[in-house]
Design a protein around this ligand. Structure first.
Ligand code: ADP
Ligand code: ADP
Length: 228
């Protein structure tokens, strides 16, 4: 589902973030992306949903040539990709229900179907009873669960999580991890950038380590491999 060949990224300020990335990720995989700060992990992730364009190289996602895609076609690419961030990025003045419903493609969806789907995903993340709350009334872990519900409400083929447990305590991090595994078990590809040695070394998955803009390791059931 994801194929990168000889991908380079140099930002306009001259910093080279990626220095020749070759990788293939199949539909249904769960992949951790690890590596030191500044290694290029976020850049790697941003290239997947056309938040950034590579300076050189080919990126094919779901048979779409991402760098060559016209701006008007980018929303179609993004419809197949849910994204979860470290800082949740919920809309603060909207309810939990509205935060999730907002992300639904309303085209051809009846209000009844939207309601059904929103409540279904809120149930999946265990927050059906908080639909009327606003984000500030929820704990960090609950807010991250809302962000996951919002990211998967459209049934994306791919879920990208950029440090999803970075702001959470260990117990809450494990809850988030459990939900991401459930999402993956339903067939969704999950790519998770993380600094959590505990999670990577406990819940064994494919590990792609990026160092200095290159893939330093790519291992099935790999280890975190760094001290922090
Ligand atoms: P990581 O996510 O592993 O910390 P990043 O992809 O964020 O790494 O960054 C890789 C390198 O690219 C770093 O040197 C960083 O400072 C630089 N960089 C990231 N984003 C930009 C940007 N928008 N403009 C210029 N340099 C950037
Ligand atoms: P390029 O301008 O080189 O084709 P992109 O299409 O990736 O590069 O655009 C870079 C950024 O500029 C995008 O992330 C987006 O924020 C903005 N952008 C580009 N085209 C449009 C557009 N038609 N409407 C709104 N924003 C745009």
């Amino acid at each position: 589902m994801i194929e990168m060949q000889s991908v380079y990224k140099t930002y306009p300020n001259g910093v080279t973030a990626l220095n020749g990335i070759d990788v293939t990720i199949e539909q249904g995989e769960f992949v951790y992306v690890v590596g030191p700060s500044g290694a290029g992990k976020s850049t790697f992730i941003k290239l997947i949903f056309r938040e950034e364009k590579p300076s050189k190289g080919s990126i094919i996602i779901n048979n779409k040539d991402v760098p060559k895609m016209k701006w008007k076609d980018v929303p179609y690419l993004r419809r197949d990709i849910g994204v979860v961030y470290q800082d949740f990025k919920l809309l603060p003045k909207m309810t939990i229900y509205e935060n999730v419903a907002f992300a639904l493609e309303v085209i051809e969806e009846t209000p009844k179907n939207i309601r059904k789907r929103v409540m279904e995903v809120l149930d999946l993340v265990g927050l059906k009873n908080k639909a009327r709350f606003i984000p500030d009334e929820l704990s960090g872990g609950e807010q991250q669960r809302v962000a996951i519900a919002r990211a998967i409400v459209n049934h994306p083929k791919l879920l990208i999580a950029d440090e999803p447990t970075g702001n959470l305590d260990p117990d809450t991090s494990w809850e988030i991890m459990k939900i991401l595994e459930e999402v993956n078990a339903s067939g969704t590809t999950v790519i998770m950038a993380t600094h959590s040695k505990e999670i990577v070394n406990t819940v064994k998955k494919r590990v792609i380590a990026i160092e200095g803009g290159l893939i330093a390791r790519d291992e099935h059931r790999g280890e975190y491999g760094y001290e922090i």
